[in-house]
Design a protein around this ligand. Structure first.
Ligand code: F6R
Length: 247
């Protein structure tokens, strides 16, 4: 299903409320909520609203475990551009989540330790009963997580090579494309698909073209987001600008 909102802000508040509802329902049953999180510009207002719900509405993250989709490789956690820094700044520093409940792919591993780490990441998610909800943005290549064109529908967490367009789009954060890492560790398409609920968000005119392809185009590894057409658990949450090319 596709939901189009008049503004990014309205859409983000709705997504935050959905997440809060899941947390509260599971809390009431004494259960842990497992959240799959994304970085980048897209989810910033969702996190802002979750922080507001924590501060003003008593929403607690004590029984929440999070798994982030991806991290650049190599990447030091305390670097300005790391997804660890992003998550701390935009969410974790402002809520009551226990530090040990936070999981983000480790950009400091030696290359020969990555595969074991990725397998453990998958196991940790499934041992907790799987992701209750995974939120996603979409890259202009059609990537979800860092599953670039060519990614298989059953792919798992792994080391990937970033597309040139993805590195260009990140160049501002790094002060030039040459400073953007060429690789990343990402959950796979298969990992994302196992989530009980998937919410892909996109805002602004610059996402309109890839959103049209993702929702209306042929399902193909050329645009990994098209795989979401196959899932009845996936929802596309758009603002009018991102939806502007849909027929
Ligand atoms: C981020 C991620 C990426 C981004 C995508 C869109 O964790 O996995 O897929 O969601 O590149 O980025 P923004 O939101 O900055 O346009």
């Amino acid at each position: 299903p596709v939901k189009v909102y008049p503004s990014q802000n309205k859409a983000s508040v709705d997504v935050a409320n959905r997440i809060a509802t899941i947390i509260k329902e599971k809390q009431a049953k004494g259960e842990t909520t497992v959240l799959g999180l994304a970085t980048g510009a897209t989810p910033v207002q969702v996190y802002k609203e979750l922080v507001r719900l924590h501060k003003e509405d008593g929403l607690s993250f004590k029984n929440v475990v999070t798994f982030n989709l991806d991290e650049y490789y190599p990447m030091k956690p305390d670097a300005d551009q790391s997804y660890v820094t992003f998550m701390n700044k935009n969410l974790f520093d402002h809520i009551d989540i226990p530090k040990e409940n936070i999981n983000i792919p480790d950009g400091t591993l030696p290359e020969d330790g990555i595969q074991a780490f990725c397998e453990a990441y998958e196991h940790k998610i499934s041992d907790l009963g799987g992701l209750d909800v995974q939120i996603l943005g979409i890259g202009r290549t059609g990537h979800i997580g860092f599953n670039e064109p060519g990614s298989a529908p059953n792919s798992g967490t792994r080391l990937v090579i970033l597309d040139d367009l993805t590195r260009r789009d990140a160049s501002r954060d790094f002060g030039g494309k040459e400073n953007v890492p060429t690789k990343a560790i990402t959950m796979g398409v298969g990992t994302i698909f196992k989530a009980k609920e998937i919410i892909l968000m996109a805002w602004n005119e610059k996402k309109a073209e890839i959103i049209k392809k993702a929702i209306e185009g042929d399902i193909s590894s050329d645009i990994p987001a098209t795989y979401l057409q196959l899932s009845d658990k996936a929802e596309f949450v758009l603002d009018t600008d991102a939806a502007s090319q849909l027929t």
